[in-house]
Each structure stands twice: as structure tokens, then as C-alpha cells.
Design a protein around this ligand. Structure first.
Ligand code: CU
Length: 314
């Protein structure tokens, strides 16, 4: 089950779900008891009638029970607060040597940087987080513009991305699979089109993915792809996008070195195919009004070549 906090696929999400069920169970019991007492009292009043000016014995008894109820409520709320505190503490516990990934929120996409001790070991990607099953992953998160919030409900609770400040969250996936997430803090026009996917892979598959991502961009193979690369290198694209192994070194938009390996583009706004790439490049504001990427005035042939070139960057 995807996109649901009720189907945890990791340690942290499981603890949060567990706490949620405890809260729900306690609230249900309290609700039933309160409504039950209310009904009994109303029925009794009907039967015996009451004189509003004096307190009968029954009413005095009722006052005592109110006192007892307040006591029980205090105890219950304290217990729930303590269990919440304990869960929060286990969620924040350090767990060995984690994989470290830096996530930077932008209006309206996620920049993803795999940290490594060497510059050559760093991987840059966007909107798709690949993680190995079973290994804790520490996300170090910040924002370039406004407050965003990282939320992949099957794996962890929410955590804000705050400009000028780094927040941390650790997640572990127990089962391989693709888990969808979404920016959970309203961040402007295209907040709804700011999706993130976590692809939890078997460790061997993850290593293979990481190795592939570490390679510089694939050289164009066909004439059409060569033309596409020319269009890219000679246009405005290089001011905002990077392609490793080429002169393009912009950092305003997502790194495109392996854009063809992603399943969707523009933070889940469109699936990743040559057609949708062409559609996006020709007029991004039509798909995400307010985006900083401007429409490109290209001939049909140039646009197609460009889309095929980008798609070839696996
Ligand atoms: Cu956002």
C-alpha cells in the first residue's frame, strides 16, 4: 500500500503507527464512557425531574463523579504525553553509521545530494531518493527559499526544511519498494506538484544504481542526440542546469546528468518520456504555473532532438 501512514514499511513509521493506534483506542474508550454516562444522567433526570434551586443527593453524587473524571482525564493525558515523548525519543536515536543524504527544498522540487568523503563519490539527483533496504539513512535537510516539509508516510513522520537551518531525520526501509511522498507544508502555487519518491532497493541494486549515477553523462550516440546536445549547450539551459562531463554547470534547476534514469520529471508532475520532456521544455509554466524555468522557443526538430538527448542520459 502506497502513501499511507497506516501501512508502515520501516521501523520509524511502524512506531508512529503504533502510537497512533494507542491514541485512537484510548480516545474511543473515553468517548464511549462519556456518552454512556451522559445518556444515563439524562434518562434519570427525565424520570425524577429536578429542582434547579437546591442540590439533591443525586446531584451531589454527580459532582463527586465529575471530580473523579477530571482526575482520570489528567492521568490519561499524562500517560499519552509520556508515550508520545518516549516514541519521539526512540525515533531520534542514533543508529550506527548511516548513509548520509542532503536534501534541499526548492519551489517546487527536491534537490538530492548523496554525501561522501570524496568529491568524486558525491551523487546529485532530484525528486527520487534511492536507499538500500535495512540501512539507516540520515537526511540532512534545508531549504533554498521557503519552508517545505518532507513526508513519506510509509517510512517516517514529517520534518520541515527550513531556510538557513539544517534539520535531520533518519529513516530505514524494511521492505524493498517505491514509497511516495509529498511536500507537507504549503509552499506556494505548485505545492501540490512537489512529490518525492523513495525507491528502497536491495543493497546490491542500490550499489549498482549509485555506481551508474557516479558516471559522467553518456555521450550522444545518434545524429539526433548529437543535435540535441548542441541545442542544450548553446541555449539558456546551461545557465540553470548541470550535466557532468559537459560545460553545463548551472545550479538553479535539477542536475540533468542522469535525468533519463528518473521515472518522472518536474517532481512527479509528468511521467518521463520523450513526449513529456518535449512538452515540459516547450512550456513549463503551462504545467507548473509560477515555475522559474521559462518556456523555450525551439523549432519542432530541435525540441525533439533535445528531448531524445535528455532521455538518453540514463
Ligand atoms: Cu514545498
Amino acid at each position: 500500500m502506497n502513501h499511507s501512514a497506516l501501512h508502515p514499511a520501516g521501523l520509524h513509521a511502524a512506531q508512529i503507527a503504533h502510537l497512533g493506534w494507542i491514541f485512537l483506542a484510548v480516545s474511543c474508550v473515553v468517548y464511549v464512557v462519556v456518552i454512556g454516562i451522559l445518556i444515563v444522567v439524562l434518562v434519570q433526570r427525565r424520570r425524577h425531574g429536578s429542582d434547579p434551586t437546591t442540590l439533591s443527593r443525586a446531584e451531589r453524587r454527580a459532582l463527586t463523579s465529575v471530580g473523579i473524571a477530571v482526575g482520570i482525564t489528567t492521568v490519561l493525558v499524562t500517560c499519552l504525553a509520556v508515550s508520545e515523548f518516549l516514541t519521539r525519543r526512540t525515533l531520534e536515536q542514533d543508529t550506527g553509521e548511516p548513509l548520509r543524504v542532503r536534501i534541499i527544498g526548492h519551489q517546487w522540487w527536491w534537490e538530492v545530494q548523496y554525501q561522501s568523503d570524496t568529491a568524486a563519490g558525491q551523487v546529485q539527483t532530484a525528486n527520487e531518493l534511492h536507499i538500500p533496504v535495512g540501512r539507516p539513512v540520515q537526511l540532512q535537510m534545508t531549504s533554498q527559499d521557503v519552508i517545505h516539509s518532507f513526508w513519506v508516510p510509509n517510512l517516517q513522520g514529517k520534518r520541515d526544511l527550513i531556510p538557513g537551518h539544517t534539520t535531520h531525520i533518519v529513516l530505514v526501509a524494511d521492505q524493498a519498494g517505491r514509497y511516495e511522498g509529498q511536500c507537507a507544508e504549503f509552499c506556494g502555487f505548485q505545492h501540490a506538484k512537489m512529490r518525492i519518491v523513495v525507491d528502497a532497493q536491495r543493497p546490491a541494486d542500490f550499489d549498482a544504481w549509485r555506481q551508474a549515477q557516479l558516471q559522467p553523462a553518456r555521450e550522444p550516440a545518434s545524429e539526433q542526440e548529437k543535435r540535441g546536445k548542441q541545442v542544450f549547450d548553446s541555449g539558456t539551459c546551461v545557465m540553470c542546469h548541470s550535466i557532468q562531463g559537459s560545460p553545463a554547470g548551472g545550479t538553479i534547476g535539477p542536475d540533468l546528468t542522469h535525468v533519463g534514469s528518473r521515472s518522472s520529471i518536474a517532481a512527479g508532475a509528468l511521467p518521463n518520456t520523450p513526449q513529456t520532456l518535449a512538452l515540459w521544455i516547450s512550456n513549463p509554466p503551462a504545467i507548473k504555473p509560477g515555475t522559474t524555468m521559462p518556456a523555450a522557443a525551439l523549432s519542432g526538430e530541435d525540441l525533439l532532438s533535445l528531448a531524445l538527448y535528455l532521455e538518453s542520459l540514463k
